[in-house]
Design a protein around this ligand. Sequence first.
Ligand code: SF4
Length: 96
Amino acid sequence: MSATARVEERLFQNRYLVDSGRPHIKIKPHDVPSRALLAMTRLCPVGCYSLSDSGQVEISADGCVECGTCRIVTQSTGELEWNYPRGGFGVLYKFG
Ligand code: SF4
């Protein structure tokens, strides 16, 4: 890979071991997301967050790189239950 590879190309090198049925990040049920939670649909570097047709924020944490951005951004709202994946699961960095 060249030194100027795009972020998407670098992320593609990672591998993930999904812990089926045990997501390490959960969003508490909500009718209207806070601004902080809504912002995660744009801030998550790998696009784990999305907005449903009915206006709730959803997460698919399978490709999470464990950067902690969502944990920090929503810290004051308490909308997330955030844990690291169990040992052996989650992101497997190929290049460090
Ligand atoms: S920890 Fe980082 S990569 Fe994982 S869901 Fe949160 S913002 Fe996205």
